[in-house]
Ligand binder design. Structure first.
Ligand code: DAH
Length: 431
C-alpha cells in the first residue's frame, strides 16, 4: 500500500513539475503556437474510449494540458471539473468581450502615456508553483490564502494562480522592468453577484534604478508611491471620466506601503485594485539591488461591471448571443441592456456543522451541482445549542438562470442533489 502511494505521488509531482518547467518558458512574446498531432490523436482515442468532452485537452500558454493533469481524485488535489472547464477560456483575449475590451483600453492608456515601454503578457499559464504564487512574493507560511480552503491545488507544490502577482518575480528575474500581466485567476470563495471562482486580473510593475533617480532609499519609496498614484489616477480618469474614488491604506505581503483604490458603484464602495511599493526583498532576490519599484493588481471584472453596467459576474461567462452581441472591439462603456430578467427561486438548507465545515466548501458543492444556475448562497441563520455543543447553519440558495426561466422540477432536482451531497461530502447532519 505504502509503496503504491509513493509511486503515485512521485508520478504526480513529475507531471506537475513538467507543466511548470514548460510554462516558465512561455510568454506571448516568445511562445510559438502549440500544435501536436500526436497529442490530438491520443485525445480523440481517449475520448472515444471514455466519452470525455472535447475540452479534456487544452492548450495553455503554448503547453498542452490534459484534464487528468489538473483534476485528480487525490487528497492533495481540490480542483473540480467545473473549474477545469474554465481553463483555457481566456475571456480577456477576446476583443469583443467586455474583459478584452477593457484590457485593450488599459493597454492604450499605457502605450500612450509610457511610449509603448510596458511589455504585455496575457498568455502565461495559470498553472504555477506554490513558490511562484506565494513564496516569491513573500506570502507568509501561515497566510490564509495558502489554505486548501482558499486556493485550488493541483498537488501540494502546484496551484492554479490565485493572483497575477505570481508572475512578478519570474519576469523581474528575466530582466523586464516595466510590464503588464493579464490572466485568469482562481479562488475558492463564497457565491454572490460579484464573486466567481475564476476571474481576471491585470498586474503592472514598474522598476526604477536609484542611480537614475539620484535619490536615497527612502526618497525612492516616496518617489515610487507618487508615480504609482499618478499612474492609477490617470488610468481611472481614462476609463471612467469623472468617478468618485478613494485611496485606502492596505496591507499586502509584497508591498510597503500598500494601498487600495475603491470606486463608488451601486451605493457601495467597490475595491478595484491593490497596489504599493514593492518590498525590497523581492527586488533583491531578483537581482535588482539599488532599485525601487511599484506594482498593482487590478480586478478586471469589477471594473467591467461598473463600466458596462453588468449586474452579475456570471454574465461574463455567458455564451448567449443576447449577451455577447452587445459588445464590440474598442467600444468601452456601452451599457449592457439586460434581456428580460428571470425570477430567482430560493431554497433553504439547514444542518449541524462539524469542525471542518467551511462556507467555501459548501459553495463548491453547490456550484458543482448547479453551475452558473446558482446566484447566491447566503447564511441566514446560525445558532449554537450549548447543551449538545453543536452549531446549526441555515443557508438560503438563490437559483436563477441569466438566460431562461427554470422549471420547479429542475430546481427541486438541483436542491435534492445539493442536500444529498452536502451530507455525503461535507459530513454534516441535515436538519
Ligand atoms: N495580488 C493582490 C490580490 O490579488 C493584488 C495586488 C496588491 C497586486 C498589491 C499587487 C500589489 O501587485 O502591489 O489581491
Amino acid at each position: 500500500m505504502a509503496s503504491t502511494l509513493s509511486l503515485t505521488q512521485a508520478l504526480l509531482f513529475t507531471t506537475a513539475s513538467n507543466l511548470l518547467r514548460r510554462n516558465s518558458l512561455r510568454t506571448t512574446v516568445f511562445s510559438a503556437s502549440f500544435s501536436s498531432s500526436s497529442a490530438l490523436s491520443s485525445d480523440s482515442l481517449h475520448r472515444k474510449k471514455w466519452a470525455q468532452p472535447v475540452s479534456s485537452l487544452l492548450e495553455l500558454g503554448g503547453v498542452a494540458i490534459a484534464k487528468d493533469d489538473v483534476v485528480r481524485d487525490d487528497p492533495t488535489n481540490n480542483v473540480p471539473d467545473n473549474i477545469f472547464s474554465k481553463l483555457g477560456m481566456q475571456l480577456h483575449r477576446r476583443d469583443n468581450h467586455p474583459l478584452g475590451i477593457l484590457k485593450n483600453e488599459i493597454y492604450n492608456y499605457f502605450d500612450t502615456n509610457y511610449s509603448n515601454k510596458f511589455i504585455k503578457f496575457d498568455d502565461l499559464s495559470p498553472i504555477v508553483s506554490v513558490k511562484e504564487n506565494f513564496d516569491d512574493v513573500l506570502v507568509p507560511e501561515d497566510h490564509v490564502s495558502r489554505s486548501y480552503n482558499d486556493t485550488y491545488y493541483i498537488d501540494s507544490q502546484t496551484v492554479l494562480r490565485c493572483h497575477t502577482s505570481a508572475h512578478q518575480a519570474e519576469l523581474l528575474r528575466r530582466g523586464y522592468t516595466q510590464f503588464l500581466v493579464t490572466g485568469d485567476v482562481y479562488r475558492r470563495d463564497s457565491i454572490d453577484s460579484t464573486h466567481y471562482p475564476v476571474f481576471h486580473q491585470m498586474e503592472a510593475v514598474r522598476v526604477f534604478s536609484l542611480n537614475d533617480l539620484e535619490v536615497s532609499g527612502t526618497d525612492g519609496t516616496s518617489y515610487a508611491a507618487d508615480d504609482l498614484k499618478k499612474c492609477l489616477e490617470g488610468l481611472a480618469r481614462h476609463l471612467f471620466g469623472a468617478v468618485e474614488m478613494r485611496w485606502v491604506d492596505a496591507y499586502f505581503p509584497f508591498t510597503d506601503p500598500s494601498f487600495e483604490l475603491e470606486i463608488f458603484f451601486q451605493e457601495k464602495w467597490l475595491e478595484v485594485l491593490g497596489c504599493g511599493v514593492m518590498e525590497q526583498k523581492i527586488l533583491k532576490k531578483c537581482g535588482k539591488e539599488n532599485h525601487v519599484a511599484w506594482a498593482f493588481g487590478l480586478g478586471l471584472e469589477r471594473l467591467a461591471m461598473v463600466l458596462f453596467g453588468i449586474p452579475d459576474v456570471r454574465l461574463f461567462w455567458s455564451a448567449d448571443e443576447r449577451f455577447t452581441s452587445q459588445f464590440s472591439k474598442g467600444k468601452l462603456g456601452v451599457k449592457f441592456k439586460p434581456f428580460s430578467k428571470f425570477p430567482p427561486c430560493y431554497k433553504d438548507i439547514s444542518f449541524w456543522i462539524n469542525e471542518s465545515f467551511t462556507e467555501n466548501n459548501l459553495c463548491e458543492v453547490v456550484r458543482g451541482i448547479a453551475g452558473d444556475l446558482v446566484e447566491e448562497v447566503q447564511l441566514i441563520d446560525s445558532f449554537t445549542n450549548e447543551k449538545k455543543g453543536m452549531t446549526s447553519h441555515c443557508y438560503r440558495i438563490a437559483y436563477r438562470s441569466m438566460e431562461r426561466s427554470l422549471t420547479d422540477e429542475e430546481i427541486n432536482d438541483l436542491q435534492r442533489n445539493v442536500r444529498e451531497q452536502v451530507q455525503s461530502k461535507l459530513k454534516v447532519v441535515l436538519r
